[in-house]
Design a protein around this ligand. Structure first.
Ligand code: GLN
Length: 297
């Protein structure tokens, strides 16, 4: 990307002008960082010395950046869609309209999986509803010798996941499957030792009240889990006790007020050692259950 050198005062004036139009400084600074290579630390330095005579390399013209910012302000387009990427864990993932923009809380879902398998990586794992492939890429990098499966119903999401796998885990051993939850993995049922899923879990009645950045631009198939938000989780749990390997673990993300219901659904499906884990704000957002080693499918 060709970069131009700008006087720091020009850049700061431009930034002030854009913020007068609206939006949040944190979002504009994110755009400067991801869209034009002006990192937070450089920007912070300029802000602390606004009269300084520094020149700064900027990888996109200010007029192009301004167009992106206006699309965000006028049409609530997610900044990640406007620049085509999203930083997540140690990755810079490609994102598109085909799948959810990976969220911060889902980084913890991966941490929980890694912590659970700290003694021994699973021989075989699956990411059900992979979307952009964020989880699958992370697991491929963490467990390079394990066999992985990434499943999604959306062919657009799978193309995106494939590109992310190729770019960020080029040696990966992850197969891509199109289909619903466990169905395309039927030949591997009984052998999958770790399954991770961030399924759609938002209750339908809440959709109209969501932030337009989410509601109007992200795929509803990846967000909405029916009337109570739990449809996808019920489907996942219906087959979990047969599809997991004995002692195999299922790790789910869910909405902020679903912990007790998800744990009860896990227990009712026959999973054991059911526990909950919280996000960085202390809200229980994850549930873990295990197939009983003695259970007969
Ligand atoms: N956490 C996401 C949101 O609130 C929803 C993710 C999901 O449904 N899996 O927008």
């Amino acid at each position: 990307m060709a970069s131009q050198l700008l006087a720091s005062t020009d850049l700061l004036n431009w930034r002030r002008h854009q913020l007068q139009r609206g939006g949040r400084a944190a979002d504009l600074d994110w755009l400067l960082d991801l869209g034009a290579g002006v990192s937070r630390s450089v920007l912070q330095r300029l802000l602390l010395d606004p009269e300084g005579e520094e020149t700064v390399p900027v990888q996109k013209s200010l007029s192009k950046l301004e167009k992106l910012w206006l699309r965000h302000l006028e049409y609530s387009q997610p900044l990640q869609h406007l620049v085509g990427v999203c930083p997540w864990r140690d990755l810079l993932l490609e994102v598109s309209h085909a799948a959810l923009i990976p969220r911060q809380e889902t980084e913890i879902l991966v941490d929980l999986a890694l912590a659970h398998a700290v003694k021994r990586p699973p021989r075989c794992w699956a990411d059900l509803g992979t979307g952009s492939g964020a989880i699958a890429v992370s697991l491929c990098r963490a467990w390079p010798h394990s066999e992985g499966h990434a499943v999604d119903l959306s062919s657009g999401a799978l193309s995106l996941a494939k590109r992310n796998l190729q770019a960020l885990a080029p040696q990966h051993k992850c197969r891509i499957h199109r289909g619903s939850w466990w169905t395309p993995l039927r030949p591997s049922w009984g052998q999958i030792e770790m399954v991770i899923s961030n399924p759609p879990y938002i209750p339908q009645p809440l959709m109209s009240g969501l932030d337009p950045v989410v509601r109007d631009h992200e795929p509803h198939i990846a967000l909405v889990g029916g009337e109570d938000g739990l449809d996808a989780i019920r489907s996942l749990l219906a087959d979990a006790p047969r599809a997991l390997a004995p002692n195999g673990v299922l790790l789910l993300e869910h909405h902020y007020d679903q912990s007790e219901r998800v744990r009860n659904l896990m227990l009712a499906s026959g999973l054991v050692n059911v526990t909950a884990a919280s996000d960085l704000e202390g809200v229980l957002r994850f549930a873990l259950g295990q197939r009983d080693s003695r259970s007969v499918p």
